[in-house]
Design a protein around this ligand. Sequence first.
Ligand SMILES: [Zn+2]
Length: 305
Amino acid sequence: MHWVSWNVALGALDKGGLGIGSLRASNLALMYKWIWRIALNPNAKWATIIKLIHGPATGIADLSPRQKGKVGNGRIVPFWLDEWCGNGTLASRYPRLFHLEVNPACLVAERRWKLADDGVFSVSVSRVAIDDMLLPSSATATRWFEYVPRKTNIFLWRLAIDRLPTRLKLSQKGLDIEDIGCASCHHGIEDADHVFFRCPIAIDIWRRIYIWINMDRPIPLFLSWQELILWVDNLQDASEVKKKIMVIFATSVWTIWKLRNSIIFGPSPIRKCGLFDFICDMSFNWYCNRGRKSIYLNVWLLKPL
Ligand SMILES: [Zn+2]
């Protein structure tokens, strides 16, 4: 069962994807790199060989200026309408491309490579630009938490876009689910907000977490992952404190989901009395190992922030 379109996952983090990048964009960017190199060195031996192999119709334009100094900074010479490179104007040599031009009188400087400040072609920059054009884009950027493992970050991404296989979601996908109620408390429909924030078992875990991290202000009982993220974002605390809070909250959510799965799929449910200790240990491991921090476990257990 597909929960998220592959094209969405391929997209950049700031476009709501997972930043994987598409093979199509990589392939195109690598091919453009060859075009760029041949355009800069049209008379190089290797360029001549490629032209001989593929014939004169390689689609590669010779963009080296005909007379040294004619183009200058490119702010005077028209790109399409002046014979500044090769034989004839670019408009006469590439009429179909010229037909697509929105500004036929544009200057050479306006059609230079602009994706990098230094004006030099880059495969990585091109790949991202191509993906930005071809892949779907969301107005909400993906949150990627530094001290949290990749698999948990992907899990949190699915939670943020409501693509976790809760009983309600499975039912909405057309599966014949006998009971869409919460398997933990048997009160309420099992959607993501219930599992992680409204279920009495989850609320009990959050209360213990709040007491443990012992902040100098009350923490609200969140009703959704979005509310939780917004609250952390708006904290005035140091960045490192916020990262610690997110490690603990991410571990809590991850653990609640593991509990839910163990109740539904067995063979034996995780013991609820051990959940809090499990969250303390796992968040400590993630913080120390992934954050490369040196801190004693007893300090973490007593005062994590
Ligand atoms: Zn419940």
